[in-house]
Each structure stands twice: as structure tokens, then as C-alpha cells.
Design a binder for this molecule. Structure first.
Ligand code: ADP
Length: 581
């Protein structure tokens, strides 16, 4: 490129110039010597080397100028300041050149002007660019060439011949040209690289924000999907509960029992998957909050082992438990902490062939709690080990039982992190078992108020509430739940809209179970209207949204309890048991 903005181009140019500069003196010399021998003319008065330097000087100083200014005549300086900067630095060079080559002065306060001249040159090389560098070199060369024979010089220089003085000017200019054109090219190259990098960074940022947007859309979609899929599960669970009561009363043929059990297992699995999906999308959208309280770790771990006990029994696994002798108290969300260990224990049971050994141990190390879940199962390959905590990552394997989405571990990791800890996976390789280590911070002994009595939910068998008004716009859901409640001895009236609910409330039910998402007016509004009627009914909210924000809103609207769909009879019963009418 004739722009001389790259070191490579400059070196090619210099190489070509060195060669071309030799052509004219060589031909000149050959012709002179031939004519000397043939027609006896005089020998050339200039040495080959001086001639070559002269040629070199011409090509090297003027060549870049013509290339740069005539190959690309359009100047595209971005702003006026760049022009001013170029003008001032060139002016300084001209002034110094004039003093140096036209006047007897060659230094300022003892510093040679030649050194001072380098300053504006550096400036042009690093800031202004190759176009003005070539122009400055030409202008300085002209000032020097004309000033050397015409200017006034100190006695020391005027003593030497004009020829040798011109030769030193040429050498000086050659040196200056080579050094500063190289420097300019290097600086241009660096600017170009920076620009390209900046462009790439911009592109990357664009791509990143696009990916973020898409990711957000997917997370939102997953949340909505999980939420919408949970709704139809409500009536299914209620129906199953109803069937269970019929089984208990001997109204169902015994051969149907295994099928019903099968349906329940799979419905529970789907509920579990949807809950995990919702949790993960809430954590991703930072809409997730832990409900922390002082908890007893040993009890939590024991509960977790109980949750997986049926799976372990089914697969004939041995569970070795090693818990610290002293009770460990920590500040954590009890449900979520249990979920962490259940996930790990469940995976260990799932990914270990029947008859395996799984160990769960906890110990305090450097004021931190370390819980280790170790199995002798199918193990994890090194490739997989690195990404096992990413969402939707699964190892295709035959040994799997049940279904999974590959979100259990990623949810576990995030829950651990929300508790201020971290989780690691270790495995020596496929077939060599896996170990998962959860490290959680422990409060210093003095910081945690240890409750004197372990708070255990004690079911209170108070006078059973009699009448219930059930309000849900999803008719099948309302009907199955109503039959279920009736089967448990309650008298139930159903309403499918807010207005119907207000009407039915005049029968003074003991309890009103109210869906929040009603078509005509939302549950909060209905609750307000009911409050105005000064009824003594206890209000229970029934929603698909179980966030603490929703619970707070429900509480403010006058609801005494809050149930998140899908609910089974056990959850409803637990709430109803607490109500004293
Ligand atoms: P899921 O179990 O639903 O597939 P997880 O996120 O819980 O999803 O696990 C992701 C993957 O990690 C699993 O598919 C499995 O391949 C691997 N994995 C998890 N725990 C173990 C374990 N204890 N031993 C071997 N592989 C495991």
C-alpha cells in the first residue's frame, strides 16, 4: 500500500529504493568508463557511492511524499484541531530548520538544535500521521538543501566544501527519513489495530446484549410455561387425593391401585420439574429470595436422607451417614438447604447402579461447613465435570432412571451460592464414582441466636371448620377440589367469579378459599369487598404465584393464609388445621 501506514510496506519501499538508487550511478559509471576507454573522455568527477547516496536521498525523501499525497489526494482529517496541530508542528520544524541551516546558530542553551528538532518529529510520528510526516521531511530537506549553499554558517562549517556539506545534509535527511517513517508506520499500525479491536469489542458487545435479550426472553418463556403448566396439575392432584380417599373407603378396585400410584409418582415428578424450572428462572431474573432462619443442620440432613429413602430402598443402596457429634446451627433457608442435599443425594442414588454405597458426611473445617455426598456410581468424565453445573447439561447414559431436565445441579449450585457457599464435583472418571462437596459459611458461635426449643410444626387439632366457600374460575379444578374437601367432611360451596363469591359470602362461610386470578375482579379486590361486609370468614389465597411479594400483597388484602398451586389435600389440611373457628 502506498499509504506507508504499515511497517511491511515501508520495508518493501526502502528495499526497492536501495536497489533502484543504484541503477542510475551504475549505468552512469559504465557509460563514463566506456567513453573513457573508447573516446578518451574524462572520468566521472563524483564517486559511485556519493552518486548513489544522492539518488537514495531523492527517492527516499521525495518518493514517500509523492506516493502519499498523489496516490491518495483526499485528506480526511476528522477535525479542525488535527489540522492546527499539523500546521503548528510543521511550523516549528521549518523554524528550527531555518535556524540550523540558514543562520550561524546551531544550539540553544548548549543543546544541539538537531536534538531539539527530533521533538516535533516525534510529535508528528506519534500523533499527526504519515501524510504530514512526508511533507515535513520534504520541506525540511528543501530548507536544508537551499540553506547549505546560501545561508550564513559558522566559520567551522564554512571551511568545509559545499559538496561535503551537502553530502552530510543528505545523510542526515536519510537518517531522519528512515527513522521517522518507520516510527510513523509503527504508530499508524498500532492505531489501526486499536481501531479494529474497538470495532470488534463493539460487535462483541452488540452480540452479547443480543444474547442477553434472547436469554431473557427464553427465561421469561420458561417461567411462564412452568407457571401455566402447573395450573392444570392442581385438579389432577386434587383428583388423585380424592381417589385416595375412595381407596381408603374401599370404593376403588384393588387392581387399579398400582396405576393410580404410578400416576401420582409421575405427577409428582412433573410438579418437581416445574418447580425446579420456576426456581431457576426466578434466580436468573433475580426474583428469588431466601427465607432464612436459624436451623439445625443435623436435622436438615436427616430429613434429606428420609426424602430419598424410598429411592435408595428401591435401588438397594446402602447409605453411610457421618454427622458431627455436636449439633450445628446455621442461618439458612431450611427448605432450600434441604433441597440442595436432596438433589445431591437423589442424583447419587440415580446415577449409581443398584446395590451401590452412598455416603453423606458433614464436618466443620476452618469455620466452614463441608458436606460431602459420595457415591460409587457411574462417575463423571473429565470433559463433563467442567460443565456439570450448567443448566440443561446431561450425560447421555443408560443407567438413568426417571427423567430429568439437567437443571437439578445448576439449581443446587445457585442455591448454595445464595447461601454464600460453593459446590464442587469430583470424579476420577467414568465408572469410578462421584463426590459432591458443598461448602457453606458458618456464623461465629456468638452471632447466632440459637432457639432453645427446636421449632417443629405441631399439628393442632382444633375444632374443625365446617363450611368452606371455594372460589376458582377454573371450573374442573374447583369441582375436584370441592369433592375432595367434601370427602374430608367439609361442607363446600363453589363460586367461579368474584361477583358470585360476593353473593355466596352472604351464607357466612367459616372459610373462603379464593383464587387470585379471577376474570371479573382479582382476588385482592374481592377480599377488600368481603372485608367491608365485616364477615368473620377466614380468607385463604390460592394462587399460582408463590413469591414473597405475592404473599405480602395477600396478607395486606386481608388473607390469613396463602396456598401456592398446585395444592394437594395435605397442604390444605395443614392450613385448615391451624384455623380455629
Ligand atoms: P438431571 O439429573 O435432571 O439430568 P442434574 O442437573 O441433576 O440433572 O445433573 C446433570 C447431569 O450430571 C446428569 O444428567 C448426570 O449425567 C450428571 N450427574 C449428576 N450427579 C451425578 C452423580 N452423582 N454421578 C454421576 N453423574 C452425575
Amino acid at each position: 500500500q502506498p499509504l506507508l501506514g504499515r511497517i511491511k510496506d515501508l520495508f518493501v519501499f526502502v528495499g526497492v529504493v536501495f536497489f533502484i538508487a543504484a541503477i542510475v550511478p551504475s549505468i552512469g559509471y559504465t557509460v563514463s568508463y566506456l567513453s573513457y576507454f573508447l573516446v578518451n573522455t574524462g572520468l566521472p568527477s563524483i564517486s559511485w557511492i556519493n552518486w548513489w547516496i544522492g539518488e537514495l536521498f531523492g527517492l527516499m525523501v521525495f518518493g514517500p511524499f509523492f506516493m502519499r499525497w498523489f496516490a491518495y489526494p483526499r485528506v480526511s482529517y476528522r477535525n479542525q484541531n488535527a489540522w492546527i496541530e499539523a500546521g503548528i508542528t510543521m511550523g516549528v520544524v521549518c523554524f528550527m530548520g531555518w535556524v540550523l541551516f540558514w543562520t550561524p546558530y546551531s544550539s540553544v542553551v548548549g543543546i544541539s538544535l538537531i536534538f531539539l528538532l527530533l521533538i516535533p518529529f516525534f510529535w508528528i510520528a506519534l500523533r499527526v500521521g504519515p501524510r504530514f510526516m512526508t511533507l515535513t521531511l520534504v520541506v525540511l530537506a528543501l530548507i536544508a538543501l537551499i540553506g547549505t549553499p546560501l545561508g550564513i554558517h559558522p566559520a567551522s562549517t564554512s571551511a568545509t566544501s559545499i559538496g561535503s556539506r551537502l553530502l552530510s545534509v543528505e545523510l542526515f535527511m536519510l537518517f531522519l527519513t528512515m527513522v521517522f517513517l518507520t516510527l510513523t508506520a509503527a504508530s499508524e499500525e498500532r492505531k489501526d489495530t486499536t481501531l479494529t479491536l474497538e470495532r470488534h469489542v463493539d460487535e462483541l458487545e452488540d452480540a452479547l446484549s443480543r444474547i442477553r435479550r434472547e436469554d431473557q426472553a427464553k427465561t421469561d418463556f420458561l417461567a411462564t410455561l412452568a407457571h401455566e403448566l402447573r395450573n392444570p396439575l392442581s385438579p389432577i392432584i386434587s383428583s388423585l387425593d380424592l381417589i385416595d380417599t375412595n381407596i381408603a373407603k374401599g370404593r376403588i378396585l384393588p387392581e387399579n391401585e398400582p396405576h393410580i400410584k404410578n400416576i401420582r409418582t409421575h405427577v409428582q415428578m412433573v410438579t418437581h420439574l416445574l418447580d425446579d424450572l420456576l426456581d431457576i428462572s426466578r434466580i436468573t431474573r433475580k426474583k428469588f429470595k431466601l427465607n432464612k432462619s436459624p436451623i439445625n443442620l443435623n436435622a436438615t440432613l436427616l430429613q434429606a436422607t428420609q426424602t430419598v429413602s424410598s429411592l435408595y430402598k428401591e435401588r438397594n443402596h446402602t447409605l453411610n451417614l457421618s454427622l458431627p457429634k455436636d449439633q450445628i446451627w446455621m442461618e439458612a433457608d431450611p427448605l432450600r438447604l434441604q433441597q440442595i442435599f436432596v438433589n445431591l443425594l437423589y442424583n447419587a442414588g440415580k446415577y449409581t447402579n443398584p446395590g451401590g454405597t452412598i455416603s453423606l458426611s458433614a464436618q466443620v473445617k476452618n469455620e466452614k461447613l463441608e458436606v460431602v455426598v459420595k457415591d460409587n456410581g457411574i462417575g463423571i468424565g473429565p470433559e463433563m465435570l467442567r460443565k456439570i453445573f450448567e443448566p440443561f447439561v446431561q450425560v447421555p447414559t443408560d443407567a438413568r432412571i426417571g427423567t430429568g431436565l439437567g437443571i437439578g445441579l445448576s439449581l443446587t449450585k445457585r442455591l448454595v451460592e445464595l447461601h454464600g457457599g460453593y459446590v464442587r464435583a469430583q470424579s476420577e472418571g467414568l465408572g469410578k464414582g462421584s463426590t459432591f462437596i458443598v461448602t457453606l459459611p458458618l456464623p461465629r458461635a456468638a452471632q447466632l441466636p440459637i432457639p432453645l426449643v427446636v421449632p417443629t410444626p405441631t399439628p393442632s387439632y382444633k375444632a374443625r371448620p365446617q363450611s368452606i366457600l371455594l372460589v376458582d374460575d377454573n371450573e374442573p379444578a374447583a369441582q375436584t377440589l370441592s369433592s375432595l374437601l367434601k370427602a374430608h367432611g367439609y361442607s363446600v360451596e363453589t363460586a367461579y367469579s368474584g361477583l358470585q363469591a360476593l353473593e355466596a359470602s352472604s351464607n357466612h362461610p367459616d372459610i373462603i378459599i379464593l383464587d387470585i386470578g379471577l376474570p371479573d375482579m382479582d382476588g385482592y379486590k374481592v377480599a377488600e369487598e368481603l372485608k367491608k361486609k365485616e364477615l368473620s370468614s377466614v380468607l385463604i389465597a390460592l394462587t399460582g404465584y408463590g413469591q414473597s411479594e405475592d404473599k405480602r400483597k395477600a396478607h395486606e388484602a386481608g388473607f390469613a393464609y396463602h396456598l401456592t398451586k398446585p395444592v394437594g389435600i395435605a397442604e390444605i389440611q395443614a392450613v385448615l388445621n391451624k384455623i380455629h373457628v
